[in-house]
Each structure stands twice: as structure tokens, then as C-alpha cells.
Design a protein around this ligand. Structure first.
Ligand code: ACM
Ligand code: ZN
Length: 778
């Protein structure tokens, strides 16, 4: 296994193959990267109208596999091979089971002049071999007389047994037809678990026969909040919204998924995220309601009453119907984000705490232990039905239910703690795998998202095995999953855009052994996969095709060094004067060294077509690319390139999280810039970025001092700033401090942060963040 890849040799061979044009030769540059691909130069297999598919094991699974392969081949080439027909001298694709393959989902794929043999440890393994062959085929607009498939030996098996993707259909509903498309999309990426988040505060989406009002009332909300909830009055769209799946629709979808070797893990999120259920059955809440299906995003304080026996019966009855619909070994019971405010006030909940002696213990509050009681109840019930419980990492709080599997979403800490307690773990950290986060920093040109920033490369870089675990503990990391929360995804097309191509990066984290992962190589292979996305009509983000512009400060030579990359090493053309690049603009051949301001515009060219234009404006002043020293530390999450971030020619714009702003908390910006020679100076300016909802305040004082030796400083300007008011504007503020012209080599800038947040704010008395960028010296 893990033999060195021979993809380079394969690409070279494509030129040598006789009789077929380049575009009609298969390659094996696919995603996820198989564990072993060995090509040789012997005669290729020729796929044409005489090719047939033969199945050696005549099971329903294998017949279905054969039919899917025939459809995939037809989709790419227009040729539909017959199944189990006499070969009549033509070529044959043979599908078989090989019990000697140890990984249950493993397969081998061998091609020769007359045969392609796909052998799987199971029908699922055969299916993954079929996916590999399918993704290797050239897309011939569905029209090819023949396709040449080079000789190859592939031996492949997944790294992780649980390879999941989650979809929230509560915040926005996804129709049954679109769910099938979603499942097809998962299958294309060798994903074998679909975590279906079916219930939440904003809508109950699964028919439960015993509680018809769950869908009759709980599936409908009167209207939906518009945009992000901030300090301003909330706006609503005034449009009723509803949708749910009948049990028959669910049975059909479960079968559709199983036919693609995907197990659906259903989630009933409890005891929090239950407001839609409470709207239907208010007696299940602590206060008795009335409740509405929630119309805004966030975490509702109204949760199931943990002191009411009727709630336990409700949980059992719902889970019983869920298990009748979903054969999955794992049933997800949520457990996340359950506020305890109602329980603290509720006589029934407090009586339960007393009766069961759930007082605070071992660092767990009484209410956390009450939550553990509810999850343990659900878990015991599921166990009695022969199922296992899985829950979000909050189920650790108050003590883990016996045998429960933990989904680590608030980073990896919960997963690490659970593995150390000998519980199984699925890693799904929001720091890498939350596909509701932005995938570009250019937020002005992105659809509104919840926040964050998880570009393709960061998703790809995720390593699910924490270093903190011993080999024995690491065995509990059974898999990896990405989550798609749909608050800000009103349509399925939009959801696809957020999912793709990040699901492709996810699939390689889940499937491919880490030593075979290579981001550059991945982006080259991704180009073929996105061609298939186009053919399948999938909507996906295309940032990959644009030019990625990154910059470094060279403080020795006082230069800004500009680097450009794009997928597949396509040709890059650029301008420095802000004009639109054309096919005859300067060709990028290596780093560009700038000593003056520039408006960089760059485009990648592929087959004569240009990508979107990437832009980066570099603004020089007397401090640009000068050495800079920070006298107080930045916040660790907002350090980026350190001090030079303030003098790199990139002026902070848009939000605070773009990488252009340095963030301080409890400390001040206190920086010394070395202009490298005595220089006439008369003005210093800097920008602050205010976002009160994120605890980001303005500076309270700005002081500029100068020095000729870097030791003795003289204050030349000082500006005091008032504390922010509740209605002070958010946004970017520029402060320019002017003073009589003086000669100085060193400039010290001290911007004092808000050390005590005003009383009107939730963070009152705590330090506020200060975000600053680009110091300009004139
Ligand atoms: C979650 O994101 N609340 C699991
Ligand atoms: Zn209660």
C-alpha cells in the first residue's frame, strides 16, 4: 500500500496512446486520491459500443452496482454497456467480490487490453471501485465512439469507516428530490453517512404518527428573520414557511441512500432546540407556553422540561418511530446548546434534581447532571431497541451516557476528552468542517453566511487524529464529518454552493491516508471533478479557478513581495495599474517586488477563458515594509503576520476577520516602527474597526512619539477618544494625528484599548477587543 503515485507518468503517457484523442483517454486523477495507483505502458482497454459489464456474484446489490456503472458510463460517453450479455469479442468490465480484501469497503481495480476487473471486499467496495472508474472517464459531452483506459492497478480502501456529511433541514427545508441529489453528491465523494438534522426550534420536519401536531403545527413558522441579528431592530420577511417529510418519503430516501451504501443517521435534537415541538405540545415545556415555532436564528431558552414524565414518554415514542424508519446503528439525540434557565426556575425540574440527588458534583452543575439524566434516558431506551446513541459534545457535560459516541464540534477538545474516556468519536470541528462558514474573505461578493472563514485549503489541511491521544485512545476516532447548517441557505442551490467543492476536500480527509495528501495535486485533480459537477448540474464555488494573491513584506529591502497561484498552474496575467487584465497583459512568472503603490489585478486563463479578476491594492507610505516591533502582545487568534500586518501596504477593509487587522484584548497596540534612516515626518494615521456585537470597541487614546535612537521618545501628538455609546456606529474609523514637521528614525504609536466595556453592553466591565490596521506615516 501507499506506493508512490505515478500520476506524472500517466499524464505523459496520455500523449503516446494511439488512436484516441487526448480528450477521450481516461486518467486516474481522481478525488479522493486512491491509496495505490500503478500504471504501466501495456495496451489500454478500449471502451466502445461492444463493451459489456459482467457480474460474477448475482446478488441484487451487484446487479444494482452494474446498472449504476452502465448509467455513469453513459453519462460521460453516451455508450451504455449491456449487462451480463455475451461479450462477442468485445471488451468486458467484470465486477466481483474478493473475500481476501481485508477492509470491508476496499476494492481493487485492474485494467488490461480486454478486461477491467473491479473486485470489492463487499458490494460497497465494488461501488467505490465503480466510482473510481467513473471519475477517471473523460467527459465527452456524452458523445464518444470509444474511450481508451490505460493499464492500471489500483488498490484502495478508506482511512475512516465513518465518513459523514450533515444537513440541517429545519432552518431551511430541502425537498425529497433535492435530498436524493444530495445523496448522489455524497456517493460521488465516497461518503457513507448522511447525518440528517430533522428537528430544531425553527421547524419539525419528520412525520411522527403518535404526535401528528409535530408536523401539523411544528413544521410551520409564520415568518423568518432577515439577515443577521445585531443591535438593530430585527426585520422579518412576513412569509409563512413550512415543509416536512412523510414516513413514506423517508422510507424511500433511506432505501435510495442504502442503494448507494450510505447510512442515514437521523437526528432528533433534544432536550434543547425543541421549540417547534413545544409549539405543537406546549405541555412538554417547563412554563407550559404558549410557544411559537421560532422565527429567528440562535438558541432558544425554551427546552423540554426534564422534570416531566410525559417528556420521557414523548422521547421514547418519537425515538421508537425513528428507529422503525431508520435502520442505522447510530441514532443522534443532539444534546447541544441546551440553556438551563428554565430548568433553574422550574419546580418539576428542581424536584427531579432533588429526587435523583443530582446536586452539583465533580465540576458539573445540577442542571448539567439533569441534562445527562435526559440523554442517558434516551440512550438506555435506544439500547433496549438495539441501537447506539450519538450526540454533540455537550453530552460530556454532566457525565457521558454509557456507550455513547461523541460528535466533537466545538473544536476537538470534546473528542479528545471522550476518546480518553474510551468513548468513540466523530470529529466535526467548527474550526475546519462547518460549511456554513464563508469560503472567501471577499464577503462583499459572497452570499451572506453565518460568519467565520473556512477556505478549501483549510478544510483540506484538517488532520482528524489529535496528537494528544495515545495509539490506543486514537482507535476511538472512528470518523470525520462536515456540517451544513442552513440558517443562511434558503435554497438547495445555495446549499450546494456552500458544500462544493469543500466536500471534495473533506472526502480526501476521510478517505486518503495522510501521507498521500497534497493540496496542489488535489487542486489539479479537482479541475476534472468540477467538470463532472458541471455535467451533473451541481452548483459550486469557483474561487479555486481565480488567482490567489498573497504578499510578504521584505523589511530588509523595504519591498512588498507579491505571489500568485491558481489551480492547475494555469497561465496568470496581471496589471499593476488597476486595469482589467487581458490575454496580452504581463505573464506572471514569479514573485513581483514592489517599491511603490500598485493596484494589482490578475486573471487566470484556461482554454482561452478567463477567471474572475482578483484584486489587491498596495498603498505605500513612509512606514510600508519597514521593520516594526510590537511592545504588547496581540490576541492569539488575531495575530496573522504579527506587527508587519500594520505596515504591509494592505489597508484593513471590510470585517475585522480578514487577516488585515491585528486584534488586541486586555492589551494595547504599542508599536515601534523603524524608518531605517532619519526621515521628515509630520503625520501619523491609523484605522480602527468597530463591531460592538463582537465585543470590538474603539481605541480610547492614541499617542504618537518619535525618537532618533529608538530609546528616548518625545510625544508629538495625543488624541483622547470617548467611550462608545450604545448607538455609536460600527465600522471603520480613521484617525490622523498631525504635528510640526520633525526628523525622526523611530515612530512609536500607542493606541489604548477599551479596558472596561461600558455598562450598556453584555460585556460590561470586561476588556473590549481593539482591531487596528495600517499605520501610515507622512
Ligand atoms: C452545533 O453546531 N450546535 C452542533
Ligand atoms: Zn421543567
Amino acid at each position: 500500500m501507499n506506493q508512490k503515485l505515478l500520476t506524472g507518468a500517466l499524464a505523459a503517457m496520455a500523449f503516446l496512446l494511439p488512436s484516441t484523442a487526448m480528450g477521450q483517454t481516461a486518467d486516474f486523477n481522481i478525488i479522493p486520491q486512491p491509496q495505490q495507483v500503478v500504471t504501466d505502458a501495456s495496451a489500454p482497454f478500449v471502451l466502445d459500443a461492444n463493451t459489456v459489464i459482467s457480474i460474477q456474484t448475482n446478488s441484487q446489490d451487484m446487479k444494482r452496482n452494474a446498472n449504476m456503472l452502465a448509467s455513469y458510463i453513459q453519462q460521460a460517453t453516451g455508450i451504455r454497456p449491456a449487462i451480463n450479455k455475451q461479450a462477442k469479442g468485445g471488451t468486458i468490465i467484470v465486477l466481483s467480490i474478493n473475500n481476501n480484501i481485508s477492509n470491508a469497503e476496499g476494492y481493487t481495480l485492474d485494467t488490461g487490453a480486454k478486461q477491467i476487473r473491479i473486485a470489492g471486499a463487499s458490494a460497497a467496495g465494488v461501488f467505490y471501485g465503480i466510482q473510481t472508474l467513473r471519475k477517471s472517464l473523460p467527459l465527452c459531452n456524452g458523445k464518444a465512439a470509444q474511450v481508451s483506459i490505460p493499464a492500471v492497478h489500483i488498490a484502495d480502501a478508506p482511512r475512516f469507516a465513518y465518513r459523514g456529511t450533515h444537513l440541517d433541514v429545519s432552518r431551511h427545508f430541502v425537498t425529497a428530490d433535492s435530498i436524493r441529489q444530495f445523496i448522489d453528491m455524497l456517493a460521488l465523494h465516497n461518503i457513507n453517512r448522511f447525518h440528517w438534522h430533522l428537528t430544531d426550534d425553527q421547524g419539525w420536519r419528520i412525520e411522527i404518527k403518535k404526535y401528528p401536531l409535530l408536523t401539523k403545527i411544528g413544521a410551520k413558522r409564520a415568518q423568518t428573520v432577515v439577515g443577521h441579528i445585531g443591535y438593530d431592530a430585527e426585520k422579518y420577511d412576513g412569509k409563512p414557511y413550512d415543509g416536512f417529510y412523510t414516513q413514506q418519503q423517508i422510507r424511500d430516501i433511506v432505501k435510495y441512500a442504502a442503494d448507494r451504501y450510505i447510512t442515514i443517521v437521523p437526528e432528533i435534537d433534544l432536550p434543547g432546540h425543541m421549540q417547534a415541538a413545544l409549539a405543537a405540545y406546549p405541555e412538554l415545556g417547563c412554563t407550559g407556553g404558549p410557544y411559537k415555532v421560532w422565527q429567528k436564528w440562535g438558541i432558544s431558552d425554551d427546552v423540554l422540561c426534564a422534570g416531566n414524565d410525559k417528556v420521557m414518554t414523548f422521547i421514547d415514542n418519537v425515538l421508537k418511530e425513528v428507529t422503525q424508519l431508520f435502520p442505522s446503528k447510530y441514532i443522534h439525540v443532539g444534546g447541544d446548546e441546551c440553556p438551563k434557565v428554565r430548568w433553574k426556575e422550574c419546580p418539576k425540574c428542581q424536584a427531579r434534581i432533588k429526587a435523583l440527588h443530582l446536586e452539583a458534583k465533580d465540576g458539573h452543575s445540577a442542571e448539567e447532571r439533569l441534562q445527562s439524566y435526559v440523554i442517558t434516558h434516551a440512550s438506555n431506551y435506544l439500547k433496549s431497541l438495539g441501537r447506539n446513541t450519538i450526540g454533540w459534545d455537550e453530552i460530556l457535560e454532566g457525565g457521558l451516557a454509557e456507550g455513547a459516541t461523541v460528535m466533537s464540534w466545538r473544536g476537538e477538545a470534546g473528542g479528545i476528552a471522550a476518546a480518553k474516556q474510551n468513548h468513540d468519536v466523530v470529529m466535526t470541528p467548527n474550526s475546519y468542517l462547518y460549511f456554513d462558514y464563508y469560503q472567501s474573505l471577499d464577503k462583499a461578493n459572497e452570499p451572506l453566511a453565518i460568519g467565520g472563514y473556512l477556505p478549501l485549503q483549510r478544510v483540506y489541511s484538517y488532520e482528524p487524529m489529535p496528537k494528544e491521544l495515545t495509539a490506543d485512545e486514537a482507535r476511538h476516532i472512528i470518523g470525520v464529518q462536515a456540517n451544513i447548517w442552513t440558517e443562511y441557505m434558503p435554497t438547495f442551490k445555495h446549499m450546494q454552493y456552500m458544500a462544493l467543492p469543500r466536500v471534495a476536500a473533506l472526502s480526501e480527509v476521510q478517505w486518503t491516508q495522510p501521507q498521500l495528501k497534497d493540496y496542489n495535486d488535489f487542486t489539479n485533480r479537482l479541475i476534472s471533478l468540477t467538470n463532472l459537477y458541471d455535467r451533473l448540474g451541481y452548483n459550486y464555488a469557483k474561487h479555486l479557478y481565480n488567482v490567489n494573491i498573497s504578499i510578504d513584506s521584505d523589511t530588509k529591502w523595504r519591498e512588498i513581495v507579491v505571489h500568485m497561484t491558481t489551480a492547475g498552474d494555469a497561465e496568470i496575467r496581471y496589471t499593476l495599474d488597476g486595469s482589467q487584465p487581458t490575454a496580452s497583459s504581463t505573464l506572471y512568472t514569479g514573485a513581483i517586488h514592489l517599491q511603490k503603490s500598485a493596484k494589482i489585478r490578475a486573471t487566470a486563463f484556461r482554454n482561452g477563458k478567463s477567471s474572475q479578476v482578483s484584486s489587491q491594492d498596495i498603498v505605500f507610505n513612509k512606514a510600508t515594509a519597514c521593520p516594526i516591533k510590537l511592545l504588547q502582545p496581540t490576541h492569539k487568534s488575531y495575530t496573522y503576520n504579527g506587527g508587519v500586518t500594520l505596515t504591509d501596504g494592505l489597508v484593513g477593509d471590510k470585517g475585522f476577520g480578514t487577516g488585515r487587522w491585528l486584534g488586541f484584548s486586555g492589551n494595547d497596540l504599542e508599536a515601534v516602527i523603524d524608518l531605517k534612516k532619519p526621515t521628515d515626518v509630520s503625520s501619523v494615521s491609523l484605522n480602527t474597526c468597530v463591531e460592538k456585537g463582537s465585543w470590538i470597541f474603539d481605541a480610547r487614546n492614541i499617542e504618537v512619539s518619535v525618537s532618533t535612537d529608538g530609546i528616548a521618545f518625545t510625544t508629538v501628538a495625543n488624541k483622547a477618544l470617548p467611550a462608545l455609546e450604545k448607538n455609536s456606529a460600527d465600522g471603520i474609523n480613521t484617525y490622523e494625528l498631525n504635528f510640526s514637521q520633525t526628523k525622526a528614525r523611530y515612530i512609536k504609536v500607542h493606541a489604548t484599548s477599551e479596558h472596561s466595556i461600558p455598562d450598556w453592553h453584555a460585556g460590561k466591565g470586561k476588556p473590549g477587543f481593539l482591531f487596528v490596521d495600517e499605520i501610515s506615516v507622512k
